[in-house]
Write a protein that binds this ligand. Structure first.
Ligand code: TIH
Ligand code: FE2
Length: 306
């Protein structure tokens, strides 16, 4: 899967991308990577025809969505709601000890309940009121340039299909549970919402190398970031907050080895991202939430786009 991604990223160098002036200049369907296009053989849903059909139905709906229109409501099946409910119940047992304070504060704004899978439209409305962010549905993993560029326009691309039921506590790709439990709550935090936009602004017109570095920065903070709090290391990264397995692994290393924690320096070369081999082996640790914010802002400003 890593190789597919690398190949798809290597666009012809002559092709010049137009810098988007608004969210309308960014497509949510032209550059879908990896599993979004065709499920890989090692994807948990690869052998499940029903699952693949359902997923592409939901993905096709996303491609039809126009900015400004409400996101279509999906009628989730009982099986899908059960996956959501199981994940929510397990994760809420870990949040008090594993999630950072900022997340705990914004999480409770949403009153998530196990027997109802929230609709992206209603979550988008909450974000719009709180921080002026909007959600846009997407069929799968979007090309990093499009994904990061959209952040500049306070737009978060979100998948709407749910992970395969065979392993609810960890999935190798984003799904609606990852978006809702991992990303949406913190986007209701004004400081976090601003930092996410700053990363997006730095990506407008960025070179391929800059996009790659910003993607890694995003990956090691927004997706897998950790922060020191008085009573220990806590998660703020969405990939941690949406995976019971990985959240537990982050602190206990029970699956055999302890992860490494390293201080984040956004100006240094960051390690290659690992999309496929399960839990992260290394997490970047920040002193505080505002430490993350000022580090990312300092790097973004250094690119001198704003
Ligand atoms: N591993 C996460 C989960 O199980 O919720 C989803 C992902 C986060 C980042 C990449 S895939
Ligand atoms: Fe994510």
């Amino acid at each position: 899967y890593r190789f597919i991604l690398a190949a798809q990223l290597a666009e012809p160098s002559k092709q010049v991308r137009k810098i988007p002036r608004s969210i309308h200049d960014i497509s949510n369907g032209d550059h879908i990577l990896g599993f979004g296009a065709e499920l890989a053989e090692d994807h948990p849903g690869y052998h499940d025809e029903e699952y693949k059909k359902r997923r592409s139905y939901i993905g096709d709906l996303a491609k039809l969505h126009k900015i400004g229109e409400p996101i279509p409501c999906l009628e989730y099946t009982d099986e899908e709601i059960k996956i959501w409910g199981d994940i929510l119940e397990k994760l809420t047992q870990l949040y008090p000890t594993h999630a950072c304070k900022r997340y705990l504060d914004t999480f409770q704004l949403f009153n998530f309940v196990p027997d109802r899978l929230p609709q992206l439209q209603e979550l988008s409305e909450v974000l719009m009121m709180r921080t002026g962010w909007q959600i846009r549905p997407v069929a799968g993993l979007l090309h990093p340039t499009d994904f990061l560029n959209a952040l500049a326009f306070r737009t978060f691309h979100s998948t709407q299909y749910i992970r395969h039921g065979s392993n609810p506590m960890y999935t190798p790709e984003p799904d609606v549970c990852h978006e809702i439990l991992g990303h949406i709550p913190l986007l209701a935090d004004p400081e976090f919402a601003n930092v996410a936009q700053v990363i997006g602004m730095a990506s407008l017109g960025a070179s391929k190398e800059e996009i790659w570095h910003l993607t890694k920065l995003y990956w090691y903070t927004v997706e897998f970031g950790t922060v020191k709090e008085r009573d220990g290391v806590k998660a703020f990264g969405a990939g941690l907050l949406s995976s019971f397995g990985e959240l537990e692994h982050m602190l206990s290393g029970e699956d055999g080895y302890m992860p490494i924690f390293e201080d984040l320096d956004p100006f240094k070369k960051l390690p290659k991202m690992n999309y496929k081999d399960g839990f992260q082996k290394k997490y970047f640790l920040c002193e505080s939430f505002s430490d993350v914010a000022s580090k990312l802002t300092a790097y973004a400003r250094s690119l001198q786009r704003f």
